[in-house]
Design a protein around this ligand. Structure first.
Ligand code: AMP
Length: 279
């Protein structure tokens, strides 16, 4: 496995493989890898000749009062895991290798204003910018993203369509702990009491899935989900919303495929979870 830190060495390696006609898959991550990331890497390994994992805590997607400094990092553990999964290149740049000051941004505003975009106004602009850069550096045939970050996946799909990136976007299911909590690098912030409290998210998701499939009205589903989370004293709801799965615009009727998504603070840690209901 190659460990690269600069744009140029990453490009050169990949250009060589592309000349030989090999297909390239990319898994963008912020590191501190867990089973959720591993599921993306495994799928990428199955579907491509070359697997590239990027491991970069992207500063442009963090707001001024967010956890950029505290975000967990363990590159040795990440690179061991990537190697064991058959990764060919792990791209691990420093911010200075990725950004000059000032630099251009990419944003897909229409889908970025609801859900997480409301509380994190610059987040998706940072995500679109770094993902565009990674797409231009790696030039993958396919790129793999988790349904865990459902709004991010929808925005990336729209970005690829709007900007004509010749890349297939592969969405992968949410990987959960045995008790239901969606795996996340941020789960490490939770103390044991908070870890238990965090189960209110997946409980609300499960209840929401059951209610929506009975044909219950959107507002009633959301109200019941909010009540499940509200019953947990350590939880504070940022949002629990239902939106059109493609446009990310709020819906009050379940007529097309809908995304029901939530962000909830457990203590100081902001966690997300969601499900899609296909009509
Ligand atoms: P991150 O390192 O948190 O930026 O995540 C990198 C990629 O892994 C994103 O496409 C995430 O959606 C995906 N991912 C993170 N957690 C999970 C999970 N529990 N299940 C599936 N994919 C995940």
């Amino acid at each position: 496995m190659y460990v690269t830190t600069t744009v140029e060495e990453t490009r050169q390696l990949i250009k060589g493989w592309k000349k030989e006609g090999k297909t390239v898959g990319l898994v963008p991550t912020m590191g501190f890898l867990h089973e959720g990331h591993a599921s993306l890497i495994r799928r990428c390994r199955q579907e491509n000749d070359i697997v590239v994992v990027s491991d970069f805590v992207n500063p442009t997607q963090f707001g001024p009062n967010e956890d950029l400094e505290a975000y967990p990092r363990d590159f040795k553990r990440d690179s061991d895991l990537c190697e064991s999964l058959g990764t060919d290149v792990i791209f691990h740049p420093e911010p200075k290798d990725m950004y000059c000051d000032p630099h251009a941004y990419v944003s897909i505003d229409t889908l970025s204003e609801t859900l997480c975009g409301k509380t994190r106004p610059i987040h998706f602009k940072g995500v679109c910018t770094v993902v565009s850069k990674l797409f231009n550096i790696v030039a993958p045939d396919r790129a793999y993203f988790g349904q865990k970050d459902a709004q991010q996946l929808a925005i990336i799909r729209k970005m690829v369509q709007d900007l004509n990136f010749d890349i297939e976007i592969v969405g992968c299911p949410i990987i959960r702990e045995e008790d239901g909590l969606a795996k996340s690098s941020r789960n490490t912030y939770l103390n044991p009491e908070e870890r238990k409290a965090a189960l209110c998210l997946s409980k609300a998701v499960k209840a929401g899935q059951e209610m929506i499939s009975t044909g219950m009205e959107a507002e009633e589903v959301l109200a019941k989900m909010r009540a499940i989370i509200g019953a947990e004293p350590l939880a504070r709801i940022d949002y629990v919303s239902m939106v059109d799965a493609l446009t990310m615009q709020p819906v009050d009727k379940v007529e097309k495929d809908v995304l029901t998504a939530m962000a909830v603070y457990i203590g100081k840690t902001r966690l997300i979870d969601n499900f899609i209901y296909e009509v």
